[in-house]
Design a protein. Sequence first.
Length: 359
Amino acid sequence: MEEEYNKLSVGFASTEQMTPSFRLQEINIKTRITLPIQSISISEHCIIMVTTTNQIVRKRLDTEECKVFEVPCRPEVQVAKVYSDVRGFHHILACTQNEYYYLNQEEERIVQLKKLKGFQVTALCFGLGVSLPSSGDILFGTFDGLIYSYSLELSQKIGLIETQAKKLFQLSQRTPIYGLAFNHKASSDSKAALILIATNETLYQLFGELPFSQLFEKYANTANLNKYTKSMRRGVMTRTQLAICCKYEGDEFDWHSFAWKTGMGVVYGNFRKMEVDRMGMMGAVTEPYRVKGNDVQIPENIAISENYIYLAYTDELLVFSRISQRIIYLSLIHISEPTRPLYISYAVFCLKKKKKKIQ
């Protein structure tokens, strides 16, 4: 008799004896799920995997729990991407036909988000100040360059409470927003906040004090936007990506560094401590992609940790060291053929299938 399960290869950094190193560690997902995987999201507490058959696999990292959920959508609707907060308390499932669903860490069912239905969301982010019952502030960007605020609250008596989406900002050229990140420490007395907005050609940086209405009013004239522009001449890319590395500062998360996938290379750098009169990003540099012949090899997906940048292609994983400024790991990976055209949502992971004989 044979049992099928999935093996996940996870890349992480070790800083034993102050010598950073990279290696792969395997996590076994012992559940029967239908491959291929459409999207993956990782957070502090769990991994969320979405299959092309609208199954949601929630693997808790702090326990052995692994559960499978069915998204209660119509047959013609497909879950395309999952967005999670950095803790792993809240998960929003973005579907085709502009439908959206929600899964909480402690809940056993998936519910539809009625007040998001109809929006063409292309980027979504949670702030760092999330809790189990409350999502805190959520920002989402759309295909036509609009930014909205939104929030969710779980009530034991009423159930899930959604706020009405509120329009905050619009890019002057109505360019699609493909990356969005928002940093504000809810536990802090400071009102300082940093927002990053990524399009295919430009990374915008908005810095100011909350509330959102006051912060975005400062940039009503988009000429005031602090922006980093990267030419797309050598690379052809349909969707950019913005990756953020968070690490503990005391008892809470804070931003450490960022990576932005452009047509020319990966732009990356660190964040300075947030102060009202200073911007957050600093020391941005570009690591060019490999070139084969006249073609720039643009990865399917990127991710960043404190010391490394990960680039996932359809058939290999490349790890670039920010310390030595060179490639330190290159490995062929197997991604099933039906998955190749799809957007791979997290660079550190590659999926395999394994059979284990049961005595």
